[in-house]
Write a protein that binds this ligand. Structure first.
Ligand code: ADP
Ligand code: ADP
Length: 225
């Protein structure tokens, strides 16, 4: 493995700003972006068997079963464009998913560089998710925090912005509950492995990005020594 290979995981509650930070990090580093939520939504839009299977879980704010998600995520990190580094967003979300990732990385002779926890309190999560709007291509805005130049239209391709079905209030609460129950144990899991790095996600997107970049620069320096 190249010593400078960056294999990163973005961890945090729904709406913490993981996708927003991923967009910025991909401008800094040539990382394959692996977002299981995006992959599942794409499969659903195309009406594939995987998409149909995932839909009912996503619509009620539940997690898609481990055996379904593990398969697509592990296949993706072994694709050619991910061989020199990846940025996982939204995976792993359960301890069995993290175990499967660890086992696969060991088999591949690769290792996780760092797990970036972007943490935000629940009340702010609800504000963020309820104002989130997305374009068909998956670009993210916020009605107050990051509005498009023309209301309701994507700055990049002009398409209409919509609210995700699972961003509606009752589903958001179900997703948050699921996060605390099934995903937050991964904080300890990666802390024990010495991989966890914490970031205050309540800061502005620019500040969070600056902190992450500074941390990654230090990690790379340590790796070179
Ligand atoms: P968020 O913006 O909340 O981080 P995502 O786009 O990552 O949401 O995920 C949307 C939905 O897709 C989740 O609520 C869940 O139903 C499903 N999903 C995505 N990734 C996973 C995963 N690793 N395990 C199980 N379900 C997942
Ligand atoms: P996640 O991928 O973790 O679900 P997103 O990156 O989609 O989260 O962000 C959720 C919403 O909050 C979006 O509408 C986004 O524009 C907004 N947002 C992201 N980061 C911040 C931040 N640091 N401060 C305020 N709003 C933010």
């Amino acid at each position: 493995m190249s010593p400078l290979e960056l294999n990163l995981i973005l961890l945090g509650p729904p709406g913490a700003g993981k996708g927003t930070q991923a967009e910025r990090l991909r401008e800094d580093f040539p990382l394959a972006y692996v977002a299981t939520g995006d992959m599942l939504r794409e499969a659903r839009n195309q009406g594939t068997e995987l998409g149909l299977k995932a839909q009912e879980f996503m619509d009620r704010g539940d997690l898609v079963p481990d055996e379904v998600v593990i398969g697509i995520a592990l296949e993706r990190i072994q694709a050619d464009d991910a061989r020199d580094g990846f940025l996982l967003d939204g995976f792993p979300r359960t301890v069995p998913q993290a175990d499967a990732l660890d086992a696969a990385m060991a088999d591949l002779g690769r290792r996780i560089t760092a797990v970036l926890l972007v943490d935000v309190a629940d009340e702010e999560i609800v504000r963020r998710i309820s104002g989130r709007r997305v374009s068909k291509a998956g670009r993210t805005y916020h009605v107050d925090y990051d509005p498009p130049k023309h209301a309701g239209r994507c700055d990049v391709d002009g398409t209409q912005l919509v609210q995700r079905e699972d961003d509606k209030p009752d589903v958001v609460l179900a997703r948050l509950r699921k996060y605390h129950e099934a995903t937050s144990p991964l904080i300890d899991y990666y802390e024990r492995q010495g991989l966890l790095r914490r970031f205050d996600g309540s800061r502005s997107p620019v500040e969070v990005h600056d902190h992450i970049r500074a941390t990654l620069a230090t990690l790379r320096l340590e790796d070179e020594l």
